[in-house]
Each structure stands twice: as C-alpha cells, then as structure tokens.
Design a protein around this ligand. Structure first.
Ligand SMILES: Nc1ncnc2c1ncn2[C@@H]1O[C@H](COP(=O)(O)OP(=O)(O)OP(=O)(O)O)[C@@H](O)[C@H]1O
Length: 630
C-alpha cells in the first residue's frame, strides 16, 4: 500500500474527550472491553442474519456466522473477528470516528462522573468500542461490508487521529486487532479470554471460538421451561442482556399461546439510570422471532414509559422478514404490545400484593415511570392507577399507600378522593389546606413530588370517585357530625358577623387588586387566618410551581387565577376588621403580609425585598417604635 492511500483523520472533539476519559480514568474492571467487543460482534452477526432474511445475499453467503478470537501471547496481540454485517468506508468513519450522541459539555461531565463511580455505567453511554483503549496501545479494525464492496482498515493509537486505508482480500465481517499495553498482556492469554467470555458472554447467540474451540453455550434461555432454569442462570442472562453488574429487582418469565404465541423474559433492574442523571434511557427489551433478533432496544414492543425494563420478547407469529420500519404499524406487533403491557401491569400488581415492602422499594426507584404512564398512556391509565402510591394523612411518615387502600376506608358520605401537593409532609401538615380534613377526620393524600398534581389531574377519577385537590376554590367537604362541629365552635370563639366579613373581604380585594380574583369568607379554615385557593379551569398552584421552576410562566394559555379565603374565627382577622378603621395604613400592610404568607404556604413565590421591607415596618410598629397614625 502506498502512503497516498492512507488518509489521516481527526477524531470528532467529543470522541477525543471520551477517549481521554476511557484511557485516563477507567483502570478498574478492564475486562469489560472484551465484553463490549464481543457484544458488538454479536450485534453485527444479528444484523447480518436479519439482512439475509430480507435480501438475497450472494457475497460470502456461506461464510458461517461466528466470532473467532485469537491470542498471540508472544507478540501480545489479541484479535477478535466476526462474520457479521461489516462496515463500508463511510460507516467506519461515522461509527468509529464520532459519537452518536449529541455531545454536550454536560454529557461529558456526566460520563466522567459515571466513570469515577462505576465503570459499568459507561455502557449506558454507548462508548462501547472505545473501551478497547483501556488495554490497547494500538488498534486496527479491518472490515468489509455484506454488500461485497471494498475492504477498509481503520487504525488508531487512541490519540487525536486515526487513519483509513484500503484493505483488500477480506471476507465479510470485521476483525479487530489489538496491540496490548505493557500492563495488559494478560488479554493475550487464552485462559484470561475464556474466563471473561464465561463470565460475561455465555449467552451470545453465536459460537464464540477461542483458538478454534467453542467456549460458550449458545442458547435462548427464554424458550426453555421455567422449571429447568436456575436463579443463577436467570441472573446471568439479565447481566448479559442488560449490560449490568447488579442483580435484577424483579423478573417475569411467561409464555402464552393465545391470542399470540409469546415467550417473554423481562427484568426490572435495581437502579434507575435516568434518576442518576444519565439522560433518557433507550428501551431495554429486544424483539425476537423464533430466536432471531428482529428489533434491538425495540421502541415498538412496549410503551415508552416501560423503557426501564430489560429483556427479550420472542413471538413466532411475527413474519421473520419483517423490516424494522414496518414494525411500527404492524397489527401483530400492536397486539403483542397490548398483551405484554397488560401482563407487566398485572405482574406488578401481584408483586405489590405479595410483598408490599419490596414493591415500595420498586415504587421509590421506578414510580416516576408509572406516573409518566398515567399521563401519556390513555389505554392503560386506569389499570396503572392501581399501582400508584402516595403518603396520606393516615399513613406513617415515609410510608405510601394505594388508591384502593384510601377508597377502602373512605368515610360514609364521602364521594371524592382528596389530595394536596407540597414540598414535604411537614409543610403540608402545618399548612392551611389540611386543617378541615384533620378536624373532620377525612383522609387526604400528600403528594410530595411537583409532578404528582399533574398526574392526578390527568387521572381525573378512580373507581368512579373524582380526584380533587384540596387547594381548589370550590371545595366542599362532606358534612361533619354535629358533635364535632360544636366542639370546633367552642374552640375558636365567635366568628365575625357576616356583614363585617363581607365588607372586610371587599376592602381586602381592593387592597390586593388584580393579584386576587376574590376574597371570601372560608368555610374550611380552622386555625390559619388565610389561604390561597385555585379557581377551577385555571392553572393550579403546583402547576405554576413547576412552570416557574422551569422558567416558563405563561404556558398553556391558562394563566393563573386565585381566590383568597379568610377565616372569620381567626383572632387576627377579627382584629384586622377593627384595625382597618383605626389605622388604615398599618391594616393595609397586614393584608399584604397575610397575602404573602398565604402565597408562601401555597408554595408560590413572593417578592422577598418588598416583603422584608414591610415586615420591618410591622415589627417597628409592634415594638412600639412608631406611634400609631392619628
Ligand atoms: N464488529 C462490528 N461490526 C460491525 N459494526 C460494528 C462493529 N463494532 C462496532 N460497530 C459499529 O460501530 C458502532 C459503534 O460501536 P460502539 O460499541 O462504540 O457503540 P454501540 O455498540 O452502538 O453502543 P453500545 O456498545 O453502548 O451498545 C456500532 O453501533 C456499530 O454500528
């Protein structure tokens, strides 16, 4: 080959950064680079198998589908070759010169962070191939595509550049020739490689030959009967399919013949990588037909909100030569998706019943996905609602209960399910919204995540009972028993007369202007002097909190409209009625402060500077430094 044929290229900037992380921070668990390369080889073989079902392939049609590994422990060279789909020159350049993800600074920071924490996490970022530089001084990738075009060689030492040059005489597939670093010579030992294959790649569905000997057992575990499979085998398979090192939290292995022939083996992992800050997960379940991979990380086989599951679904009813594009609207695939989703939901409901504590752990980690399901998957919304868990006024702090439990102990005459959103249990319990619930002994859900309000709003009702937020303006609670209300009246003393209240409300509305739609006498405040409530049809306080936090204020064109309720029995309100007459300016300050306090209790923002100034005025007044206005 002449020098003129060798082209030197720069890695994309992001790729260089990834290489830098791989080379400099990932020293532990080096073994995984072998797993990454073997799994790339297996993917390439799967892709070829799939292609050959769709197209009639002439070139190298009879080359067997396999992975061969050679170890040269004299020259310290490890070679991993497959007879898979291969790569064209353009594919080589895109696949091994750039990173598929849109590279942002944040992404690389996350990657570096993940690399420090747990080397297994790098698989989640798709830096698979580059992990070879943990052990390699120099790497050559020789490849020829299934279409029979020219062969090419990619070579790099993991620095800033790589070369591309023609490579004649290759068969279909890819060969990776790795010159090992001085401290990584062990990877040219047949024993090391055999051990790693046994550990990580036993389930690769093609023969893996080390020095001519097949070292893996090629099997499709999901087609075997449950009673024949040990827990260890299940866990090993999970690690293989999920690229994981932990044990799964749950596993579901089931077969069905009607309405479709299905063999499915799916797992719930222990960790939620999205919560760990690693961006959106890709779906983790692969679709097979008669043990042939049809769609890896399938987006079609389960709804998006179930993307945290890992595993395999095999249905022999699907046509083998179905193309990936046509999966999306294939009637059989849609049916399969329906059956699977229902089965997974049923499984989770059974697990919740069987071991409630374990289910709570699951809920803490993956509940967010089920909430996403409630808001996005209309078809399964009602079934999914059974799986929701929240704290409530009747639950122990930190313990969550189901909607069924709530409904099971609803009071006579109660036909609604109540909830209130807040930043913490303490904030909710000391807030004004739950006072009447406590007094009347009506249970109320405490929804402590900002998104919860949105979820319950979407759900709308459960078991025919409306779900109602306690900060709504038009809330009417079931009547209390006469004994309870008498006791309440005794505690709080005489309320302000109705006429005084009406006039006070009107005046307070004048003071507050457009910030409030109406000031009203409250029928449900017990101790607190005032609270902010949401007018039906407008944005709720928790929606407003979410939008403000994300920098959007005028979303959905809904705007926000609030009422303020005041408590006619509260000493502060009673005194305010008098103060209004004797010291109007001071009374105005008190109204403003009442409003700000109520806003804060609703979790909404107020202007801190204005509030602090006013607060000082009030303090000066009560400490007697300012004489009352004449
Ligand atoms: N042996 C191979 N044969 C054909 N193509 C390959 C081979 N190895 C890698 N590739 C191509 O290079 C791409 C990049 O590989 P890399 O391992 O970095 O990421 P990935 O396989 O897409 O993601 P991950 O390893 O995280 O699953 C692959 O998607 C594939 O297209």
């Amino acid at each position: 080959m002449t020098d003129a044929q060798v082209e030197t290229k720069q890695f994309q900037a992001e790729t260089r950064k990834v290489l830098d992380i791989v080379i400099n921070s990932l020293y532990t668990e080096r073994d995984i680079f072998v797993r990454e390369l073997v799994s790339n080889a297996a993917d390439a073989l799967e892709k070829f198998r799939h292609q050959s079902l769709i197209d009639k392939i002439e070139f190298d049609a009879h080359v067997p589908l396999e992975i061969t590994i050679d170890c040269d422990d004299k020259k310290h060279i490890l070679t991993i070759a497959d007879t898979g789909i291969g790569m064209t020159r353009e594919e080589l350049e895109t696949n091994l010169g750039t990173i598929a993800h849109s590279g942002s600074k944040h992404f690389f920071e996350q990657l570096a962070e993940a690399a420090k924490k747990d080397v297994n996490l790098i698989g989640q970022f798709g830096v698979g191939f580059y992990s070879v530089f943990m052990a390699a001084k120099a790497v050559r990738v020789q490849t020829r595509s299934w279409d029979g075009g020219d062969g090419w060689e990619w070579a790099s030492d993991g620095g800033g550049t790589y070369t591309l040059s023609p490579c004649p005489g290759l068969h279909r597939g890819t060969k990776i020739i790795i010159e090992l670093k001085d401290d990584a010579h062990t990877y040219a030992s047949k024993f090391t490689i055999e051990r790693i294959i046994q550990q990580y790649s036993t389930f690769v569905p093609f023969p893996v030959k080390v020095e001519g000997k097949t070292v893996n057992t090629v099997q499709a575990i999901w087609t075997r009967s449950k009673s024949e499979i040990t827990d260890e085998e299940y866990t090993e398979f999970y690690k293989f399919i999920g690229n994981a090192v932990d044990d799964p939290m749950y596993r579901l292995h089931f077969s069905a013949d009607a309405p479709l022939a299905i063999n499915a083996l799916v797992y719930v992992p222990k960790e939620n990588f999205e919560v760990l800050g690693m961006g959106r997960m890709q779906p983790g379940v692969n679709l097979y037909c008669q043990k042939v991979l049809i769609d890896q990380h399938s987006e079609n086989i389960l709804p998006e909100w179930l993307r945290f599951l890992k595993g395999v679904v095999d249905s022999e009813d699907l046509p083998l030569n179905i193309s990936r594009q046509s999966l999306q609207d294939n009637a059989l695939v849609l049916k399969l998706r329906k059956v699977l989703t229902k089965r997974v939901i049923k499984f989770l409901a059974e697990e919740a019943e069987r071991d409630a504590d374990k289910y709570r752990e699951f809920w803490k980690t993956f509940g967010i996905f089920l909430k996403e399901g409630v808001t996005s998957d209309f078809e399964h919304r009602t079934e999914l609602a059974k799986l929701l868990r929240f704290e409530s006024s009747a639950s122990e702090p930190g313990t969550m209960i189901s909607l069924d439990e709530y409904v099971g102990r609803m009071r006579e005459g109660q036909d609604k399910i109540y909830y209130i959103n807040g930043p913490s249990r303490a904030a909710v319990e000391y807030g004004p919204y739950v006072e009447m619930f406590k007094k009347r002994g009506i249970e109320i859900f405490y929804t402590l995540e900002p998104i919860d309000d949105f979820v319950l709003n979407h759900l709308g009702e459960y078991n025919g009972k409306k779900l109602v937020s306690a900060d709504r303006a038009d809330l009417s609670l079931p009547e209390t028993t006469p004994a309870a209300s008498e006791e309440g009246a005794k505690e709080s003393g005489e309320p302000l007369a109705e006429a005084v209240m009406t006039s006070l409300c009107r005046w307070m509305k004048e003071v507050l202007g457009d910030r409030i739609q109406e000031v009203k006498a409250s029928s449900r405040l017990v101790d607190s002097p005032a609270m902010i409530v949401n007018v039906d049809g407008y944005m709720t306080s928790s929606m407003e909190r979410i939008l403000k936090a994300s920098g959007q204020t005028e979303a959905f064109g809904m705007g926000s409209k609030k009422d303020m309720e005041i408590n006619a029995k509260s000493p502060l309100i009673k005194q305010l009625a008098g103060l209004r007459e004797s010291d109007g300016d001071f009374a105005r300050d008190v109204v403003e402060q009442l409003y700000d306090n109520a806003m804060i209790q609703a979790g909404l923002l107020v202007d801190p500077m204005v509030m602090v100034q006013r607060n000082y005025r009030i303090l000066e007044r009560v400490t007697g430094k300012t004489a009352p206005a004449a």
